[in-house]
Design a protein around this ligand. Structure first.
Ligand code: SAH
Length: 375
């Protein structure tokens, strides 16, 4: 699959649909029409997905991105929503083969944030215009329902105009319900892959695909706005498993979908595997947008990690959410999900300035808004 070599977004050819239509060769136009049909039917066949992932960069891929961009603009305009990400604990009981904070990584110094520090980070995010707080963590049993509910409840009372998102992995339905009642309204739990055999290739036998899917179902039934998602280029992934991911998204109708390239990480069984492709990730972002036009779609930090302009390219491919890290700088290296993560030393001020400039370069603006799913 192809790779990106662009060094500057402003040099990126960003032609309009009309320009592409005027310039397209007949065989390109045939694919344009197939992409139109994807948008109209909100479905895609496996052979077309396969072809799109193997196509060299060119007018057809530009058409895909332009169409996804138009779709994003129709629903959300030029607005980009921010989520303040707070990584509350790096302890994890799981041993996912891809993840740097897996329990078998004994070289990693672990931390757990104090309640007061979490609240301070949220207040700082608030002062910088963020109206969604995402509390993310490894699966850490120290964070009992009681402790979490207390924080969620306090946050909810201090910032009634904000949305509280949790991303704490698999918990019981009862726990999800209690946290919802305490004031959390969104939950991010990537499904990782919608193919059971592929799931088993990425996780130890003690983890189960069925349980992951059950958690997602429970979250939805409780009333959360739910985010699923997957890594692009994880070992064992194929056009076939990706097609299943897209079909799962069509069925499940999540409010958010988080995708980013797989980043091979030291001290994991996948340390020697190749990284995922930024280019494939961009194509999938666009397809997800076309299949599910209203979805909230972040341009992820992993995308920014593997390409200097990965997040801008993500926005140009149809993403409309950014998730700046507002965790204390001293913790960031320890929340080592993958190698070479960017922005480890950047305070919130710096981060917002940087993102603002990056968004301007691609004709978007960040807004002070909860950024709810637009029905
Ligand atoms: N424990 C929480 C949070 C996990 S971290 C949970 O289970 O939801 C958030 C996401 O990071 C994971 O869902 C995974 O898709 C992604 N991730 C983990 N390791 C990665 C890697 N090496 N490269 C890219 N993304 C990774």
């Amino acid at each position: 699959m192809s790779s990106l070599t662009d060094t500057s977004v402003t040099q990126l050819p960003c032609p309009t649909l009309a320009q592409l239509e005027a310039e397209g060769a007949p065989e390109e136009k045939a694919l344009f029409r197939q992409l139109d049909a994807v948008a109209e039917t909100r479905d895609i066949h496996l052979p077309l997905l396969d072809e799109l992932l193997h196509l060299p960069k060119g007018r057809v891929v530009q058409y895909l991105h332009a169409k996804a961009r138009a779709c994003t603009e129709k629903v959300y305009g030029d607005r980009i929503f921010l989520r303040a990400l707070i990584e509350i604990s790096s302890y994890c009981k799981n041993d996912c083969f891809y993840c740097g904070i897996r329990r078998s990584n004994t070289t990693l110094a672990r931390y757990r944030m104090e309640e007061g520090t979490i609240l301070d980070c949220c207040a700082e995010g608030y002062a910088h215009g963020m109206r969604t707080f995402v509390l993310q963590s490894g699966e850490d049993a120290w964070w009992t329902d009681e402790r979490l509910c207390r924080i969620v409840d306090t946050l909810h009372r201090r910032h009634p105009d904000c949305a509280i998102t949790l991303s704490l992995g698999e918990r019981s339905r009862e726990s999800y319900r209690r946290l919802f009642e305490a004031g959390a309204s969104r939950y991010l739990l990537r499904h990782e892959t919608a193919d059971a055999a592929h799931y088993a290739r990425l996780h130890p036998a003690e983890m189960s695909y069925e349980h992951r899917m059950q958690c997602l179902q429970d979250l939805k039934e409780i009333g959360y706005q739910v985010g699923c998602g997957f890594m692009v280029g994880s070992p064992g992934q194929s056009p076939q498993t990706l097609w299943q991911d897209l079909q799962f998204i069509r069925r499940f109708q999540p409010h958010m979908v988080g995708i980013g390239p797989f980043v091979a990480t030291q001290q994991t069984p996948f340390a020697g595997e190749p990284n995922g492709s930024v280019e494939d990730c961009l194509r999938l972002l666009s397809l997800i947008r076309l299949l599910h036009p209203h979805v909230l779609l972040p341009a992820t930090t992993a995308l920014g990690t593997l390409h200097p302009f990965g997040r801008e390219l993500g926005v140009l491919a149809g993403a409309n959410v950014l998730m700046p890290n507002v965790s204390p700088v001293e913790n960031r290296e320890k929340y080592h999900i993958y190698d070479n993560k960017i922005c480890l030393d950047d305070g919130v001020d710096h981060c917002i300035d940087c993102l603002e400039r990056r968004l301007q370069s691609v004709g978007r603006r960040m807004v002070v808004d909860r950024g709810d799913f637009q029905v």
